[in-house]
Design a protein around this ligand. Structure first.
Ligand code: ARG
Length: 587
């Protein structure tokens, strides 16, 4: 559907033209003085300069050209030259009614569908998910859903970190603990056991232990480096352990991501890109993209306009070892080969921005991507505790995501049990759904690049700009609709012209849905949807508080309310689906 503002822009453009002015002045905006009018056009102010005429004269001409149109309930020119107007109720209602019948509630698909890969999640195998990974998963999932809804072909890739020193650390520690395992027997030629020699709990204990050791014991660290090298260069026993680590970790990660309602189409790993590296290095050398700097192989990525220092992108260390960069560049090659995307989006901590600038420039310079392939770094800020420092457990340790989710769910559970008498079981189930909304909305309602303060009390509150408040509104609508359908049928589903202010305001918020989704998709900004659902929930609740919906005596009017409620519910539900959470039936 054409956006309402675009329709109004057209009407105004025509009027400017008709009155003898350039149509580009016919631009309408939502009023910033809602006490005076709903919309305004300030084009006459700008046109005054070009036509050397008083702005109010131009505004008068335009208003005269518009006065017989059916779009406006009131339109006036106001000195020094503004055009203020309110929409006609009938006109507004017919737009809303059209939204009701549209399967995308007025939203539009991209004219040209993009093939997009979103690199998000970014968990590292064998290390438990911590809150630092939360933001990537939550933001990435929402962006993926928004881009899919707007008609793009999108795949999400978790891009697991499975190729670094952490693998060597685990192998070395395991070897010290259980030297007799067949994996460490150099003369072993048989098949390795299918069963992993550790559980996820053991694995999660082994890694931090090995990591701590490596910080104190240089000898241990060297062994771990050596083990990493051997793993990467064909040691069969180590390779078998590595495979076990991945299997055990991925099973656990899937469970955790499922709990977050985050789902990846692809479970690719850093190791999958390794096979592209030798050819890539050769290609870069052959085409003279590289040079040697202190023994290392690098590609210069500095540009004339740089104001800050831009170090070259290192491809191979002086000892020939590959780096994080090398893997990311090879991953680009793999993605181009397997998917030929026209856009790759990386949802990663903003502290990696410089790194990604280097990688992107290097990929462009060496033509690993097409000229029109977009590469976007979406860097997110840190989740801080109330003290303004990165979020930690009470005793100062790294908070595990599982524990964080549990804390939120418990807080919501207590609130539910305080307020009403539902069974403990139902309260637990509901708390999971509501808790997830608290967690995700608390994150997504901030602009991604900003740091934010994680505040359980505020996030789980049923009032204010929170996930639970939005769900509460949806549940309220569901319950009214249920009550209605228990005793009645809808005879006419058309949405009629609003009779009261709060009803009109609700409609006016609703019509902004397509605009909101369009800008959220364009700017990769889920927080736009959060602001919209908050505004919509407020508008609905205001309408609800001053309207007798089920007790309305005029059947036609009542049916129209029900249709308006149904549309409001659909738009809210679609919005939270795009944010990555759902609403319960009761709460
Ligand atoms: N595993 C990395 C980390 O924990 C994030 C990966 C981000 N994606 C990428 N293509 N580098 O920091």
């Amino acid at each position: 559907m054409k956006k309402l503002l675009d329709k109004l822009n057209e009407v105004f453009s025509e009027a400017f033209e008709q009155a003898g002015y350039d149509k580009s002045f016919g631009k309408v905006v939502i009023s910033n003085r809602p006490d005076l009018c709903e919309y305004q056009c300030n084009g006459a102010m700008a046109a005054a300069k070009q036509y050397k005429k008083a702005p109010f004269m131009i505004a008068d001409d335009v208003v005269a050209a518009l006065k017989d149109r059916n779009e406006f309930a009131k339109i006036e020119s106001v000195k020094p030259g503004f055009i203020n107007f309110d929409l006609d109720g009938e006109y507004l209602a017919s737009y809303v009614d059209e939204m009701r019948m549209d399967e995308m509630y007025g939203c539009n698909k991209n004219e040209q569908s993009d093939k997009v890969i979103i690199d998000y999640g970014g968990a590292n195998v064998a290390k438990p998910l911590h809150v630092g990974h939360l933001r990537s998963a939550v933001i990435g999932e929402s962006i993926k859903r928004i881009l899919q809804f707007t008609g793009n072909d999108v795949v999400g890739d978790v891009h697991l970190g499975d190729w670094g020193l952490q693998m060597g650390l685990i192998i070395t520690e395991l070897k010290e603990r259980k030297p007799d395992l067949v994996y460490f027997d150099e003369n072993y030629t048989g098949e390795y056991p299918k069963e992993a020699p550790f559980t996820i709990a053991e694995l999660e204990e082994i890694y931090p232990c090995a990591n701590a050791k490596s910080k104190e014991d240089e000898d241990f660290k060297e062994k771990a480096r050596q083990a990493t090298y051997e793993l990467q260069n064909g040691n069969a026993g180590y390779h078998a352990i590595w495979q076990h680590i991945i299997n055990v970790s991925v099973t656990d990660l899937k469970k955790n991501y499922d709990n977050l309602n985050v789902h990846f189409e692809l479970w690719k790993k850093e190791s999958d890109a390794q096979k592209y590296i030798p050819d890539m290095v050769q290609y870069m050398k052959d085409n003279n993209y590289t040079r040697i700097s202190e023994g290392a192989l690098v590609v210069d990525v500095v540009e004339e306009t740089d104001t800050k220092e831009m170090p070259p992108c290192m491809i191979l260390k002086s000892n020939g070892a590959t780096l994080y960069n090398t893997t990311d560049l090879a991953t680009i090659i793999e993605r181009m080969k397997l998917f030929d995307p026209n856009h790759i989006i990386y949802v990663v901590d903003k502290r990696q921005e410089l790194y990604f600038t280097q990688v992107f420039r290097c990929a462009r310079k060496t033509k690993l991507v097409n000229e029109d392939t977009k590469l976007t770094f979406l860097g997110f800020g840190t989740m801080n505790g109330k003290d303004g420092k990165p979020f930690k457990t009470r005793d100062g340790g790294v908070m595990r995501l599982e524990n964080l989710i549990k804390e939120i769910n418990d807080a919501v559970y207590d609130k539910i049990m305080e307020n009403r008498d539902v069974s403990e079981e139902e309260a637990r189930e509901t708390a999971k759904i509501v808790g997830l909304s608290a967690l995700k909305y608390g994150d997504l309602s901030n602009q991604a690049s900003k740091d934010y303060i994680f505040d359980i009390d505020r996030f789980t509150s049923f009032e204010g700009n929170t996930g639970p408040y939005i769900l509460y509104t949806i549940v309220r609508i569901k319950s009214i609709l249920n009550k209605f359908y228990e005793t009645e049928k809808l005879e006419n589903n058309k949405i009629l012209s609003p009779k009261k202010e709060s009803q009109k305001e609700l409609m006016e918020v609703l019509v902004g849905f397509n605009e909101t989704i369009e800008s959220a998709a364009k700017e990769l900004a889920p927080h736009r949807i959060c602001s919209f659902v908050y505004e919509l929930s407020n508008a609905f609740n205001k309408f609800y508080h001053d309207t007798k919906i089920l007790a309305c005596e005029d059947k036609e009017e009542k049916d129209s309310y029900i249709s308006l409620l149904t549309l409001t519910k659909s738009v809210l539900e679609k919005s939270i689906e795009l944010l990555g959470f759902t609403a319960p039936d009761r709460m």
